[in-house]
Design a protein around this ligand. Structure first.
Ligand SMILES: Cc1ncc(COP(=O)(O)O)c(C=O)c1O
Length: 509
């Protein structure tokens, strides 16, 4: 019978070993086992049907190369993730746990998204409430829809001038936990999309005092803790579980990520293991998982040196970009504002308000003139994301090209500022009931007073304005119309122009 890697781990290697030597970190057992099998020339009478590349379409072969196709293996290959224990796959997950100081790690092949779904299924079953940061990633809201749990929302700190939502404060978390005395978990996001880290240590103390586990969506901070100038890894300062979207910064392949649970008993690892299995393919990609093993090795063995170089290059680029007229690069000066206890130098967030141009216009000009693509543009900012092993030359070039673009761009006038998102809405039904219930699409103006089936967040500021189960107000409709008018994108909306919205047909409930 086939054995899923999670089952094997649950049965065999769940024990915490905090004092393990780090001597095995330079190895990458899963990557090495996949490579050994992939290149040895075995006769493959198993899936996948491309048979190591020979059976594939020639266009695919030339696009991704036969070497990648040879390494595209199914689950349960003896000596890779089946056979004597611990298998190379199990050893790889253990090494990742060791590197991050976790009790247990799960390799994810559907991103941190899969981790958020699994955590909700494990910690927020029907009839249970959890405390959730309002500007959490959409996958956490989707996780609640899957799990059937409900949430008490914590409003993030909001900076109206930058149109930017930051982290939550320990005080706000404490208030939300007090309103939800049976909450077994609190979910916060740190760092934010803009690289601003919350005071995770104080949040953990507050959560633990209330008897709840603290779960940190550290999707953007998978390098935290690996260089003294970076914020600490959330698990090192009291978080009970975290996500690391290692593909974002650390260098594993897109769609790969890790879910990590801390030593201790606040999060039931067997419940998480069951939930991960529920939201996992029975054919996880060996390429994605090998890339996780390799990324962990590079991070654990060379991370500090590589990050040091990238941080230095970032400092130089930040100085050069700040010299462009009307531009300020956000960084250490933000620390100490409500919701911000640290920041990530691998994120270059440029405040362009003083230029008289919008971030959207500057991003378009950078693309048109220099073939430069940024991570995010908002009406008042541009966000660049650097990698663990950032190539320095393009970064130096970028600072020059950016300055040139700012010099010659036509000024469109004052950049608009956005008012804060509307305050808390009435939650009429659980997110799952609204999302799965019978709905109808109506004109936005006719939706006032109805229950939303949709989750709608504007970028910026990335805070969901409307969640499934919430009652729509006139203020919400006005705000979302204002957002679309200034060019903000609406995430999650069935109609991104917000002319219509899907609402619950209440009579049929
Ligand atoms: C805070 C946060 N959590 C989770 C995710 C989902 O990560 P992934 O794309 O790896 O599924 C994202 C994606 O951007 C994110 O920003």
């Amino acid at each position: 019978m086939s054995v899923q890697p999670e089952d094997a781990l649950a049965a065999d290697v769940v024990t915490a070993e905090p004092a393990r030597p780090r001597a095995a970190q330079p190895t990458a057992p899963y990557l090495e086992a996949v490579t050994a099998y992939g290149f040895r020339g075995s006769a493959r009478f198993h899936v996948p049907g491309h048979k190591g590349g020979e059976g594939a379409d020639p266009g695919l072969r030339s696009a991704v190369g036969d070497r990648a196709l040879l390494l595209d293996l199914p689950q349960d290959i003896e000596g890779v993730d089946a056979g004597p224990k611990p298998t190379p796959y199990e050893r790889a997950e253990r090494l990742a746990a060791e590197a991050y100081g976790a009790e247990r790690t799960w390799f994810l092949t559907n991103g941190a998204t899969q981790g958020n779904h699994a955590l909700c299924l494990a910690l927020a079953p029907p009839g249970h409430s959890v405390v959730l940061q309002r500007n959490s990633h959409a996958s956490l809201i989707d996780g609640l829809i899957l799990s059937g749990g409900s949430a008490t929302w914590i409003a993030p700190e909001y900076d109206p001038e930058l149109g930017m939502a930051h982290g939550v404060t320990p005080e706000a978390l404490e208030g939300a936990l007090a309103r939800t005395p049976d909450a077994r978990a609190a979910f916060i996001v740190s760092p934010t999309y803009y690289g601003m880290a919350a005071d995770v240590e104080a949040c953990a103390e507050v959560a633990h005092a209330a008897g709840a586990a603290l779960i940190v969506d550290n999707a953007w901070g998978s390098h935290f803790g690996f260089h003294p100038e970076l914020p600490k890894c959330p698990l090192a300062v009291g978080a009970d579980a975290m996500l690391a979207s290692t593909h974002k910064i650390v260098g594993s392949l897109t769609q790969s990520a890790m879910l990590l649970v801390a030593h201790g008993d606040r999060v039931d690892t067997s419940a998480v293991a069951r939930a991960v299995r529920l939201v996992r393919s029975t054919s996880p990609s060996s390429l994605l998982m090998a890339s996780l093993d390799a990324a962990r090795r590079q991070l654990a063995v060379h991370g500090e040196t590589l990050l040091g170089r990238t941080i230095q290059a970032s400092t130089r680029a930040r100085e050069a970009i700040s010299a462009a007229a009307g531009c300020t690069v956000l960084g250490a000066g933000m620390v100490g504002r409500p919701g911000i206890a640290g920041w990530d130098p691998l994120r270059i967030v440029i405040d362009v308000r003083g230029t008289g141009c919008t971030g959207y216009d500057i991003a378009a000009e950078l693309r048109a003139s220099y073939d430069i693509y940024v991570e995010l543009a908002t009406h008042v900012t541009l966000v660049l994301v650097l990698g663990l092993r950032q190539p320095v030359e393009p970064l130096e070039r970028m600072a020059h090209d950016f300055t040139e673009v700012i010099k010659r761009m036509e000024r469109s006038g004052d950049t608009p500022t956005l008012r804060p998102p509307p305050g808390a809405l009435e939650t009429a039904v659980a997110p799952r009931d609204a999302f799965l219930g019978a709905g109808e699409t109506v004109a936005a103006s006719d939706a006032i007073g109805r229950i939303s089936c949709e989750s709608v967040a504007g970028y910026p500021p990335g805070v969901p304005v409307l969640l499934p189960g919430e009652r729509i107000t006139a203020d919400v409709v006005d705000y979302l119309r204002e957002l679309t008018a200034v060019g903000a994108r609406l995430h999650g909306a069935e109609d991104p122009s917000f002319r219509t919205v899907r609402v619950l047909v209440e009579d049929e409930r």
